[in-house]
Design a protein around this ligand. Structure first.
Ligand SMILES: Cc1cc2nc3c(=O)[nH]c(=O)nc-3n(C[C@H](O)[C@H](O)[C@H](O)COP(=O)(O)OP(=O)(O)OC[C@H]3O[C@@H](n4cnc5c(N)ncnc54)[C@H](O)[C@@H]3O)c2cc1C
Length: 470
């Protein structure tokens, strides 16, 4: 499909001083406050320990205990970070929250794994007859050794399994359930170990602190796996159609059974449970490809990737669906922007369709540019609709193909600086907001190239379809 340039771009005509886009207000705790609260909680055990006024020990012993206290509180807070709470991720974005979850898990792992090796007594757990004062031992009781060692091994296993998850022979859902329950077990074992063995955690305040965090962690799991699905029961959807619309790509359409209960901003995503009970562990994040204006109808555009997405044709028409969300800040609503540039790779077109469809529904007059890359023509999704949208909106659609057919008049190759430089004209487009969605490597390349061309990073909104980046 060749480039469809249906109307001149006002921003290219009026190059005078474009106003820079300004961001909308999001729900949730602002980033700096979140960091401050996080640090306050992480440092609380150290503060409680310091206030006990115990006689000082060799610095290695204090360091070992300090790392254990820090690592343990970070471990507890991981439950909150991974619970998809909009109060936490609303402002900073769920991808940033998940990335923080992964990096902090490694930090906690490091602190907790090294701490037993730092004690001046070595790993001698209890006093030997030759050491009646017990100074050359960790002074542990039998049960606290067991819980400490078990938590230590299980924690290492959890993090290693999370990092190598894609290579595991079992399904994502099995991994996810084992990850949550395993983490709770580590937290429980660790709490016992800390209170029984810890020099400072015997303090009633600190012991109470650990017990409250343990209860909160368990409540988080109850909320995620029980209360949230219960809430979804009141917002069922019906699967209306499942249709193959491009190479290995499907359109799944749903209808809301009680219209008006679900609201979202164009470009957002949900965790969808399709043709199953909302308590099922089989749920997947998908961007909504339809516009809020299309409600109570909703469309997903889904590319085959694994177990679930390769069997969409087995979904029963008329079956129930449940959508947890909406989530994400990949949305134009609330931004003050003079125009929009959408850069989509493959199924990254899904949230772009939502933005374009909503813009058409609202009669948006701003200039839009869509750069849409695929490997071959058969992968282009809703090509005809994009052409129709180009005539309804001030939209220019540029198709890019890695393997073009003979006679192809569009762009050829991959997204790179040269391609973007041909279409992103600065300063004329300085007032535009850039949305990027596609494979992680493509997003990285495009972000780097845009910044290189002079687009400020804060004017680039990206959606990653994978949270785990090793
Ligand atoms: C914010 C976001 C929006 C997305 N939007 C779309 C979209 O509009 N269209 C589309 O085709 N794909 C989208 N994806 C990707 C899609 O979620 C995965 O391709 C799909 O879940 C794979 O499931 P599977 O069972 O077929 O494959 P699997 O082999 O089970 O999973 C492949 C990979 O997908 C990811 N994944 C699977 N299940 C989950 C889950 N419950 N939570 C988080 N990650 C999971 C994991 O990284 C996993 O390793 C999106 C992903 C994210 C994070």
């Amino acid at each position: 499909m060749a480039e469809a340039r249906l109307s001149p771009l006002p921003a290219e005509r009026e190059v005078a001083a474009p106003r820079t886009p300004s961001a909308p207000r999001q729900r949730g705790i602002p980033g700096p406050l979140l960091v401050a609260l996080y640090l306050a909680l992480v440092l609380a055990p150290l503060a409680i320990a310091a206030l006990r006024g115990e006689p000082p020990r060799p610095w290695r012993d204090e360091l070992a205990t300090g790392l254990a206290l820090l690592g343990f509180v970070v471990l507890f807070l991981e439950f909150l970070l991974s619970g998809r709470f909009r109060t936490i991720s609303g402002r900073i974005g769920i991808d940033t929250t998940m990335r923080a979850h992964q990096l902090l898990a490694r930090t906690a792992l490091f602190f907790l794994l090294v701490h037993p090796f730092l004690y001046t007594s070595g790993l001698q757990p209890f006093p030997m007859p030759s050491d009646p004062t017990g100074r050359a031992s960790l002074g542990l009781t039998g049960p606290s050794i067991l819980t400490g060692v078990a938590a230590w091994i299980l924690l290492a296993l959890l993090v290693v399994l999370a990092i190598g998850r894609d290579q595991l022979p079992f399904r994502y859902e099995a991994w996810r359930a084992s990850h949550g329950l395993g983490a709770l077990l580590v937290a429980g074992l660790g709490t016992h170990h800390a209170i029984e063995a810890g020099r400072y955690s015997a303090d009633p305040w600190l012991a109470g602190f650990w017990l409250v965090l343990l209860a909160l962690s368990a409540l988080t799991l109850v909320h995620v796996y029980l209360l949230r699905p219960l809430g979804l029961l009141a917002r069922p959807w019906r699967i209306d159609s499942v249709e193959r619309i491009a190479d290995r790509t499907w359109s799944v359409r749903l209808v809301e059974e009680h219209p008006g209960r679900f609201r979202f901003r164009a470009g957002q995503f949900v965790w969808a449970t399709l043709d199953r009970s909302p308590f099922s562990l089989i749920e997947h994040p998908f961007s909504i490809a339809s516009a809020p204006a299309d409600l109570p109808r909703l469309e997903f555009v889904i590319k085959e990737a694994g177990d679930f997405t390769s069997r969409l044709d087995r979904l029963r028409i008329g079956g129930r669906g449940y959508l947890e969300g909406p989530h994400g800040n990949f949305a134009l609503e609330g931004w003050q922007a003079e125009g929009v540039v959408l850069i989509a790779g493959g199924v990254g077109i899904a949230p772009m369709l939502s933005l374009l469809r909503q813009a058409a529904a609202e009669g948006d007059r701003r200039p839009w540019l869509l750069l849409y890359g695929n490997r071959h023509v058969g992968q282009i999704v809703h090509g005809e609709e994009l052409e129709a949208l180009a005539s309804r909106l001030d939209l220019r659609v540029v198709h890019l193909l890695g393997e073009p057919p003979e006679g192809w008049k569009g762009e050829v190759g991959q997204f790179d600086r040269a391609l973007l430089a041909r279409h992103v004209e600065l300063p004329a487009m300085a007032g535009r907001l850039f949305f990027v969605c596609g494979p992680p490597a493509m997003i990285d390349t495009v972000e780097r190239a845009l910044v290189d061309l002079g687009v400020p990073l804060r004017h680039i909104v990206a959606e990653r379809f994978r949270y785990d980046q090793g």
